[in-house]
Design a protein around this ligand. Structure first.
Ligand code: MG
Length: 390
């Protein structure tokens, strides 16, 4: 069980829930915390947890925070340098990576090189650079423990069994707020409607990704790398109750599932206590209250983002990084009211079509493709969505 951790992205949804879990455990020391811009909350966290380093991505916010906490022993460090410092502190055994976006990639890589175990809640790290990350983790003998509920479920279902006996992994998807909708019904949905997830309370980016089902697409790519699967070994089923968090099918046709209430504190705690389990004081799952569990095949025609994610990982190379970057920008544009909901997938598809895929990419290739895709999406918006040939 780990005792010394850093949390990258401590003011977000997963970060604050990680601190809840830390509060419920004995003897866990938090050495590093970080935020993008939420310095008021980070100040409160600094006063409560007394970390050695607090990293703030935004330079101006870092300056402000420095003044606010100059009566404490916590050192405030700005930008990527700060994230890396928090991720590589000598005392730290495990880094919880709960930042949103590709910004998590480099600090995660540096943490692995500094031989820190990773509790991985940042999807983009494996989506964009899964091959490099898993290779480095093997080289440095560190564990990558998934925090995402689906991957934690699969990880739990794999304990004690032989990887060679796995036939497939089955990722469950809630279907999001627009389950059963047809493409024409989705044209005019607002960010407010898209943000209303039926089961999970999450950050804005991931809520929109759930509404487009890109979230499941990114999870397919993550699962491929985490569990060393061929892409055709990864299935998705829509399971609207979000009680079964995912499953593993074995060659004898047994399927093992992990069930629980939709509460991220369960997978977070498991990542921190793995391979042990400790008692939780949160609500227990009452199966009779749930009454029924249902399963539906995903609708690839309405939720084209899911199909695009399968396509990106089949092509591999820099294509998943391009998918991810185009999605990040498109989601941001949708949240700002600049594009419609269905234009998110259109923009991603256009960007993928224009990308010259690089096979076996270096980290530099991945980061450059990421920048290229962001610029491309912004440019195509300037000229009008749909004006470019598909
Ligand atoms: Mg998930």
């Amino acid at each position: 069980m780990v005792r010394n951790i850093s949390i990258l992205g401590s003011t977000g949804s997963i970060g604050t829930q990680t601190l809840d879990v830390v509060d419920s455990m004995e003897n866990v020391k938090v050495w590093g915390l970080s935020t993008n811009t939420s310095i008021d909350l980070l100040e409160r966290q600094i006063r409560q947890y007394r970390p050695k380093i607090a990293a703030v991505m935004d330079d101006q916010c870092a300056k402000k925070l420095k003044q606010k906490v100059n009566d404490t022993d916590t050192k405030v460090v700005a930008g990527m340098e700060g994230l890396i410092a928090a991720a590589t502190l000598p005392q730290v055994e495990m880094v919880v990576t709960s930042v949103v976006g590709i910004v998590g990639l480099v600090p995660t890589l540096e943490a692995i090189k500094a031989r820190k175990h990773i509790a991985l809640a940042n999807k983009e790290t494996l989506v964009t650079a899964g091959n490099i990350i898993m290779q480095q983790a093997r080289n440095h003998n560190v564990s990558i423990i998934p925090v995402d509920s689906e991957h934690s479920a699969i990880f739990q279902c794999l304990q004690g069994d032989d990887q060679d006996a796995v036939r497939s992994v089955i990722l469950t998807a809630s279907g999001g707020p627009f389950l059963h909708k047809r493409p024409e019904e989705l044209k005019d949905v607002t960010p407010q409607q898209a943000l209303k997830h039926p089961n999970w309370d999450m950050g804005h980016k991931i809520s929109i990704d759930s509404a487009t089902m890109m979230n499941k697409g990114l999870e397919i790519i993550e699962a491929k790398w985490l569990f060393n699967m061929d892409i055709d070994q990864i299935q998705v089923v829509v399971h609207p109750q979000s009680i079964i968090h995912s499953m593993v099918e074995y060659i004898d046709h047994s399927i093992i599932a992990q069930l629980g209430l939709p509460d991220m504190r369960i997978p977070i705690q498991y990542a921190l206590t793995y391979p042990n389990r400790i008692a939780s004081n949160h609500e227990r799952l009452d199966l009779c209250k749930i009454n029924e569990l249902t399963f539906i095949r995903p609708d690839f025609e309405t939720f084209t983002c899911l199909a695009l994610a399968y396509e990106a990982i089949k092509e591999d190379g820099t294509m998943p990084a391009v998918l991810n970057a185009a999605n990040e920008i498109a989601v941001d544009l949708f949240l700002k009211g600049k594009i419609g909901f269905t234009e998110i997938a259109m923009l991603i598809e256009q960007t993928m079509r224009k990308h010259n895929n690089i096979k076996d990419p270096s980290l530099k290739d991945i980061l450059e493709s990421d920048v290229w895709a962001r610029e491309y999406v912004k440019d195509s918006l300037e000229f009008g969505v749909g004006s470019l040939e598909l």
